[in-house]
Design a protein around this ligand. Structure first.
Ligand code: URA
Length: 246
């Protein structure tokens, strides 16, 4: 009996040492919290390599959060003026972890009403775009740069982006995508901190905090400019090829 207790203690000690070595090497350990769900609760006990995690630190209140507690923080967020005009916050939805993360600009009217990303007309096209490369919404993660709708769908203000981006960085730590797809000019230029036109950014792999990011046209833009769907299709094929190879 004593022997087996000693053996058990030895295993515990060696496991602890092993986890400590991983932590010192820069790996992040995320504790298990129940089963997986669309809000990301229950990420399981996982280690993620630093190359897959953004190095930038989110603010103290959302450091190493489960996605669920992060969503809770966002629901109560009053860091910018959008808190006074939004209907619902729109945190994000999909699988956690997910191989690919799609990032749009900001919620529109329907998203603001439902509290879910890309559920309006642009969202329906996004769902079709995913289907074209054999993905569905439950197999990816979808969110926006801003978690609240700007009134009248105006462009996000720099301060709104600054206040909201830490939430995105914290989401990345939970979702740990192998690839990010930036949907549209605003998401691409904001994340890449550039004013290069989307026509030049799209279709190429860039880097966002160590994660490859591929900008493409926003589905709302494609609804207005259907002739550009051909280029978006070229981009989507690169997403498929990336996922198949990595
Ligand atoms: N457009 C976006 O950029 N995001 C949404 O969630 C909906 C429309």
């Amino acid at each position: 009996m004593d022997d087996s207790l000693d053996q058990f203690r030895d295993i515990l000690r060696r496991t602890g040492n092993c986890l400590e070595e991983l932590r010192q090497a820069g790996f992040v350990v995320i504790p298990r919290e129940g089963s997986e769900s669309n809000t990301g609760a229950g990420l399981g006990t996982q280690t993620s390599h630093p190359a897959e995690s953004p190095p930038a630190a989110p603010p103290a209140e959302i450091k190493n959060p489960s996605l669920e507690s992060l969503a809770h923080t966002v629901t109560g967020c009053r860091k910018c003026g959008l808190a006074g005009t939004r209907g619902k916050t729109v945190f994000g939805s999909g699988m956690v972890p997910a191989p690919v993360l799609f990032i749009g600009e900001a919620p529109g009217a329907e998203e603001d009403r439902q509290g879910l990303p890309f559920v309006g007309r642009a969202g329906q096209l996004l769902t079709k775009m995913l289907g074209a490369i054999s993905l569905n919404r439950e197999a990816v993660y979808i969110t926006n740069v801003l978690k609240c709708r700007p009134p009248g769908n105006r462009d996000p203000l720099p301060d709104e982006v600054t206040q909201c981006e830490p939430y995105l960085l914290a989401q990345l730590q939970c979702v740990r995508p192998r690839l990010i797809v930036a949907l549209g000019r605003h998401a691409a230029q904001t994340l890449l901190k550039t004013d290069t036109p989307i026509g030049r950014l799209r279709g190429c792999f860039h880097d966002y905090h160590g994660i490859p990011i591929l900008p493409t046209y926003h589905p709302a833009y494609l609804l207005r400019n259907p002739a550009e769907k051909r280029k978006a299709w070229e981009d989507l094929k690169k997403v498929r090829a990336f996922l198949d190879q990595s």
